[in-house]
Design a protein around this ligand. Structure first.
Ligand SMILES: [Zn+2]
Length: 225
């Protein structure tokens, strides 16, 4: 690890020890990582919707750097999300988790933002979730490294019920999302979130209804009792 990155991560750990003052230092550390590890050139101060640029294939790419704290990922788990303005998307989204309990970070995504997430129905905002950027297995192993072995308990009865004004639980992963997450395929209230729906389809392609049953049960075992 380069000295600059090590120094930035050390600052994060020290800031975290003082209390909940970590969000600004996490952004700083993420930009240092983008500069040192990825050769990003910082955008001029005051630039909107872009943190920097780098050259790939002879072309300048606009980059936006998003960093989640360890605490945020521990709280929202696979549902941890970020948002981008759909009408001013960068060429590249670089997303990472920055640890606070120890000096360290983990790259979650480095690619075009158009390949991940979902545009909200009512406004031009792209919502990109942790499990839009990594496979279910990769998310699970990262959560495990964060010391999260089990999902919070939720009763089965809660699953089909709409939780609050505009949130609903996915009946496969048990995560609560805005109801828009369940609007697809011409239906208002599907039971599965979009990423579970995709994985469900992949399971079916692999092994038919037996494979989908195993997929559903395997996922539910993690949170439903
Ligand atoms: Zn789901």
């Amino acid at each position: 690890m380069s000295e600059r990155i090590a120094e930035a991560l050390d600052l994060v750990v020290r800031a975290f020890k003082l209390g909940e003052y970590d969000s600004n230092v996490i952004g700083m550390a993420a930009e240092v990582i983008a500069e040192v590890e990825f050769g990003m050139t910082k955008a001029p101060r005051g630039s909107r919707d872009v943190d920097g640029t780098w050259f790939v294939d002879g072309r300048e790419h606009k980059v936006q750097v998003k960093a989640w704290s360890e605490g945020r990922v521990k709280k929202y788990r696979r549902g941890t999300f970020l948002t981008l303005k759909e009408n001013s998307l960068p060429d590249v989204l670089l997303c990472m988790i920055v640890y606070c309990s120890k000096p360290g970070y983990e790259i979650i995504y480095n690619g075009p933002p158009t390949a991940v997430g979902k545009v909200e129905v009512n406004r031009p905002v792209r919502v990109i979730r942790f499990d839009h950027m990594k496979t279910a297995d990769e998310v699970a192993s990262i959560l495990q490294r964060l010391g999260l072995e089990e999902r919070p308990r939720a009763s089965r009865a809660k699953v089909t019920q709409i939780e609050s004004g505009s949130a609903k639980l996915c009946s496969i992963c048990g995560v609560s999302f805005p109801v828009e997450e369940f609007e697809y395929g011409g239906k208002q209230l599907n039971s599965y979130c979009t990423s579970c729906c995709r994985l469900h389809g992949q399971a079916y392609a692999r092994g038919g209804s037996e494979a989908t049953r195993q997929f559903r049960e395997g996922m539910r075992k993690n949170w439903s009792k």
